[in-house]
Design a protein around this ligand. Structure first.
Ligand SMILES: O=C(CO)[C@H](O)[C@H](O)COP(=O)(O)O
Length: 559
């Protein structure tokens, strides 16, 4: 608030209190005030100018535009009653204890209003939370109820089958015992009663086993068409197992029948699998599911040039895997070939080059990074890129670890973004690796974690979020012989996120959860992508695990 007292006769400012608080052109205001007695309030910008002109003396009280004008005129009234007007007397009038008290009260009032607003807003949020919690708890309750009902139904179903089967067994055994230990005439039980009973048993068994028999149908189809073994097993396992569990507790004969059926489901049904685009079709036998020890089918030996330099056992394994994979999957028809990254891939190129210039002159090779690009160029092969060739005939790549279901961890060389693009673009994607990479479960031998390519500015956030997902000690991958982090061929950073065993039991779920994190560019989990994985062993053999569940073994000979 600025207070001015002006003598228009002598054109003198008598008092200008609190001058700096209001910046306004005083002269312009005074010039506009008429010479006669007057009283008015008007707005000048953000200020409210209140004045009263009495007998040539002008009293001006300039306040913020929101201030009450009555207060200003009350002050002007007080000013008129003071004989000796100076800045200090004006100050005394303006800052009276009541005035200060009023100001303090206004402040307290404002703080209280703000607090009440905050409490109301917080109350809203708490209400929302309470609503959401209520929703969740009612959903959980409904879910629990549904699962209890389902469990009960399953239990009754199982019990019914068990009781029925048990009853049939007991009566059958009694009947058989009676007929085997006593002669027909002793008991006088007519023979057709035994016959009727046996028919009844047969019907009951048929009813019990019908679902199982129906499930056998896909197996028959499997013998005609090369369906994936694992998918059939998956569809059969649970119902077959349920029926088996209930009936095993009964009599030997029935158990035997079930065992026969069980082995029929899982048994070696001959199927035909194309081992590569060479067109050569090898007769395979589907092996049992991975938990039982499979007996691999033997393939004809891999032929190596006698002049090849001898290598360390691991390098020998890499070479064998690469050679076997190329022989089976890279044919004359393979015109666009994806080349992966890592230390196994040079052997892939080596074998491709051995196929001869006539074959390679017609081909284009797509690299997954700097290393593979160099390899392609150095070997005089034609270089292409995936944007020119979005469909690739076959991509061959290494891996850091591969599980029984051909899920792989990749990205040890930080190339997994391009590697995944090329794997996905390929009609056939095969993995080549030495024996160390062959694992039952991911995370067993490759313990440094899932490689995650991230946008550099988001790395700290992703680190926090993968830890929240359950990763133990995720870390930014640092360069060796370079200060700072590893930078990928795409200009990104890499995080290595280790997870405990349970996460690797469902790598696809893990992949999806990591991929959903903002800032993640690509995840080094390749799930359900490979058609086959070739593992080279130091003993000179190659183990070939195919996506359809077949396992083959190939030895090697030097020509
Ligand atoms: O994923 C990779 C690079 O990102 C490699 O294929 C993987 O690291 C395997 O390398 P190597 O053949 O040297 O064991």
């Amino acid at each position: 608030m600025r207070v001015v007292v002006y003598n228009s006769a002598s054109e003198q400012v008598l008092v200008d209190y609190n001058k700096d608080s209001v910046s306004i052109n005083l002269k312009q205001i005074i010039d506009k005030i008429p010479p006669n007695n007057s009283k008015l309030s008007y707005l000048v910008g953000d200020y409210l100018v209140n004045y009263e002109s009495i007998e040539g003396i002008i009293y001006l009280v300039i306040t913020n535009k929101d201030e009450d004008r009555h207060k200003a005129f009350a002050l002007i009234g007080k000013l008129q009653r003071v004989d000796d007007l100076t800045e200090s007397t004006v100050a005394g009038l303006v800052d009276t204890p009541t005035h200060q008290l009023q100001q303090n009260l206004n402040q307290v009032k404002q703080v209280m209003i703000d607090n009440v607003d905050n409490i109301i807003a917080r109350g809203d949020r708490i209400d929302n939370l309470v609503d959401r919690t209520n929703d969740m708890s009612s959903q959980a309750f409904a879910f629990r109820k549904r699962s209890t009902t389902l469990r009960r139904q399953m239990w009754y179903k199982n019990k019914r089958i068990q009781v029925l089967t048990g009853f049939v067994c007991v009566v059958s055994q009694c009947v058989l015992k009676v007929y085997s230990t006593h002669s027909y005439s002793d008991h006088g039980i007519p023979l057709h009663f035994l016959f009727l009973w046996l028919v009844l048993v047969a019907v009951l068994m048929l009813v019990l086993l019908l679902p199982l028999l129906l499930l056998l149908l896909p197996c028959t189809i499997c013998m005609t068409y090369p369906l994936t073994h694992s998918s059939i097993i998956a569809s059969l396992r649970s119902p077959a197992k349920a029926l088996l569990t209930t009936t095993t507790a009964t009599m030997n004969g029935i158990t035997c029948a079930h065992t026969l059926l069980y082995s029929a489901i899982h048994s070696h049904s001959p199927s035909s699998v194309n081992t590569g685009s060479t067109g050569s079709t090898t007769a395979f036998y589907s092996t049992k599911p991975s938990q039982s020890s499979p007996t691999p089918t033997k393939l004809s030996p891999l032929k190596l040039h006698a002049s090849l330099p001898s290598l360390s056992p691991t390098e020998q394994g890499k070479r064998l895997a690469a050679y076997a994979a190329v022989d089976a999957n890279v044919s004359l028809d393979s015109r666009v070939i994806g080349i992966g990254s890592g230390s196994t891939v040079p052997y892939v190129i080596e074998r491709i080059v051995q196929q001869g210039e006539e074959s390679n002159v017609q081909r284009v090779f797509i690299p997954t990074g700097f290393q593979s690009k160099e390899l392609i160029v150095q070997n005089g092969l034609v270089l292409g890129d995936v944007d020119q060739y979005p469909t690739i005939d076959v991509t061959l790549d290494g891996a850091d670890e591969v599980d029984n279901n051909l899920n792989a961890v990749k990205g040890g060389g930080a190339c997994h973004l391009r590697e995944k693009v090329l794997a996905e673009a390929a009609k056939i994607f095969v993995i080549v690796a030495d024996e160390r990479k062959n694992s039952k479960l991911l995370g067993t031998t490759w313990t440094q974690g899932v490689p995650i390519e991230v946008a550099p500015f988001a790395y700290a956030k992703v680190l926090k979020n993968v830890a929240k997902l359950g990763s133990t000690n995720p870390a930014l991958r640092m360069g060796i012989k370079k200060a700072g982090p590893v930078v990928t061929d795409n200009g990104n950073f890499v995080i290595d996120a280790p997870f405990s065993e349970s996460y690797y039991r469902d790598p696809k779920e893990l992949l999806m959860r990591i991929k959903m994190l903002t800032g993640v560019v690509e995840v080094g989990l390749f799930c359900g992508m490979a058609k086959a994985a070739y593992f080279g062993y130091s003993n000179g053999s190659v183990l070939i695990r195919s996506a359809d569940g077949t396992i083959c073994e190939q030895s090697s000979t030097h020509e």
